[in-house]
Design a protein around this ligand. Structure first.
Ligand code: RTP
Ligand code: MG
Length: 140
């Protein structure tokens, strides 16, 4: 069932490629999140397409899958009280031009698509997304 203290994140290919992985992980930990699971992977088109299936009908779906497979990502499950909402606050608005100063997207993202990081939008999706990437033996 849904949990209220976990969220799922991916540091996206733009941020990994630009060398921001360490700084972003630092912001996440400084923000009070504990890393429960983490892996460094290069998504296939099939895997990225399946992960973003909820966006299948949106005009940017093809480009999004192309972008998310353009280089490696860091995927992680994070734990904190009120994790989903607090993490969305830490990362800022989807469009970095609208993201508040000090947020991860404000600091590290370049565009609405190459926006540095993903954060689950609900407890239910946090659970689904974490399970998509991690087995029970990969979380601590
Ligand atoms: P995310 O899922 O990555 O945390 O981002 P989000 O909730 O803020 O935004 P969402 O609407 O779920 O969109 C997912 C990702 O698709 C890309 N996007 N491109 N070209 C566009 O207009 C556009 N809009 C969204 C972004 O990479 C966004 O994070
Ligand atoms: Mg989203």
């Amino acid at each position: 069932m849904a949990t209220t203290n976990k969220t799922f994140t991916m540091i996206k290919p733009d941020a990994v490629g630009n060398g921001h992985t360490g700084a972003i992980l630092n912001d996440i930990i400084a923000g009070g999140f504990k890393i429960v699971a983490m892996k460094y992977i290069h998504l296939s088109k099939e895997t990225a397409g399946a992960f973003y299936a909820v966006h299948k009908e949106r005009p940017f779906y093809g480009e999004l899958v192309g972008f998310m497979t353009s280089g490696p990502i860091v995927a992680a499950i994070l734990e904190k009280n009120n994790a989903v909402e607090d993490f969305r606050k830490l990362i800022g608005a989807t469009d970095p031009a609208k993201a508040e100063a000090g947020t991860i997207r404000n600091k590290y993202a370049k565009s609405i698509e190459a926006n540095a990081i993903h954060g689950s939008d609900s407890d239910e999706n946090a659970e689904i997304e974490g399970n998509f990437f991690f087995s029970q033996f990969e979380r601590f």
